[in-house]
Design a protein around this ligand. Structure first.
Ligand code: GH3
Ligand code: MG
Ligand code: MG
Length: 374
């Protein structure tokens, strides 16, 4: 039964809401619903049984204001607005009750709730300030009532007990909330560090460690993204495979470390040449790279890929076992201007067969295959 009842207080909260917000939302709902219940009971009681119309009026006004606050928090989830209404309303309501009803009928007991409301809705520091102002007023009224209230029965001892109990409540609530805030801050910091680790891991899982280019695993995702983009812009769309010529010989002659340096140099040229947002480059593995690009004409695509080839040649990385005397690359390109079907496998095969032609026809060149259907 309690399970069902407590559902009323957190109804409307979704999983994405941060915990500190959920906590305030639930607290405000509880305070508002329970206050509405008590205010209506006391309002009717004061009006019908005790005929204290002034107090009944206070209850009624507070009831209407709390009802409005409940409406705003339920409708717009406006926690800040509801917090302000609840605090101001409780502030005025409780001071008015102390002033009018004084120490009769255990009315002073309700004052204990103010620090809880102020601190839970406004945080420890603002809540402490608000409660202090509240208590200065309430304690002054109660102090002036010494030897007068309850036909003189409200004496200095009663006043002191009242001050002690309320101060205790204020500090318990204050330190509870302060500790909660500190713990929450630490938790949020840890969560953000975790988030950064996750992002770094995600980044590492799609990045080739040697060249810092995207790896083969990320090709499928990017291909899909870029294909849709090219389709939306009705651009020419190209996929190419680039392979370093005679790289085995290079490794055998200059060593594996020199081979790695050459791979990085080639990757840097690719990065430099494919800097537009529409382009992306990948290291497929070994000395093979791939690229995706789009442009409004085939010529522009071919010009860009040709410039990649010449820029690598112009690096002039010595390769004595190549007929070009330096490191060169062969590139196979597949260009489409038809977006009916998305097919990386097919574009890959076509680019690969173009690359094979570039290799067999002498290397250090690009071969382009344009196709109309995939
Ligand atoms: P082709 O012109 O026909 O492409 O000849 P190739 O020698 O480049 O081709 P092959 O596939 O026979 O050799 C590829 C070489 O690339 C083999 C290996 O020594 C080298 N290689 C692959 N991955 C790496 C790497 O991460 N670092 C280095 N240094 N070399 C690598
Ligand atoms: Mg090669
Ligand atoms: Mg190869």
């Amino acid at each position: 039964m309690f399970e069902k009842f407590s559902k009323i207080f957190y109804m409307g909260v979704d999983e994405k809401t941060p915990y500190s917000k959920v906590r305030k939302f639930v607290f405000l709902n509880i305070i508002l619903i329970i206050s509405l219940f008590f205010l209506s009971v006391f309002g009717i009681y004061n009006y019908i049984v005790t005929h204290r119309y002034d107090v009944a009026l206070i209850d009624f006004v507070a009831f209407v204001i709390f009802l409005y606050a409940l409406y705003t928090i339920r409708k717009d989830h406006s926690i800040a607005q509801a917090s302000t209404i609840v605090s101001i309303n409780s502030f005025i309501l409780l001071i008015a009750l102390v002033y009018f009803v004084q120490a009769r009928e255990f009315t002073l007991i309700w004052v204990l709730f103010f620090p809880v409301i102020a601190i839970f809705t406004h945080g420890s520091n603002k809540g402490l300030l608000l409660s202090s102002i509240f208590y200065v007023i309430v304690f002054t009224i109660a102090y002036l009532g010494i030897d007068i209230w309850l036909n003189g029965m409200w004496d200095l001892a009663s006043f002191s007990r009242f001050v002690a109990a309320n101060s205790a409540m204020l500090f318990i609530t204050y330190f509870f909330e302060r500790s909660f805030e500190a713990a929450h801050k630490k938790l949020a910091k840890n969560r953000s560090i975790e988030q950064q680790y996750i992002m770094a891991l995600e980044e590492a899982s799609i990045t080739d460690p040697l060249t810092q280019l995207y790896n083969r695993r990320h090709l499928d995702v990017m291909f899909h993204e870029k294909f849709l983009k090219a389709k939306a812009n009705n651009s020419y769309f190209a996929f190419f495979i680039l392979d370093i010529d005679h790289f085995k010989d290079y490794n055998d002659t200059y060593g594996h470390i020199a081979g790695d340096i050459a791979l990085k140099a080639v990757a840097d040229v690719l990065k430099e040449s494919m800097r537009r947002e529409a382009d992306s480059v990948f290291r497929l593995g070994g000395e093979e790279f791939a690229g995706i690009l789009m442009a409004d004409s085939e010529e522009k695509i071919i010009r860009l890929i040709e410039s990649i080839r010449t820029n690598i040649e112009h690096l002039a990385i010595e390769h004595c076992r190549s007929s070009f005397r330096c490191i060169t690359v062969s590139i196979g390109v597949c260009i489409i201007h038809n977006f009916e079907a998305e097919n990386l496998d097919k574009m890959y095969k076509i680019a690969d067969s173009a690359l094979y032609e570039a290799k067999t026809e002498g290397r250090n060149q690009i071969r382009v295959k344009s196709i109309s259907t995939l």
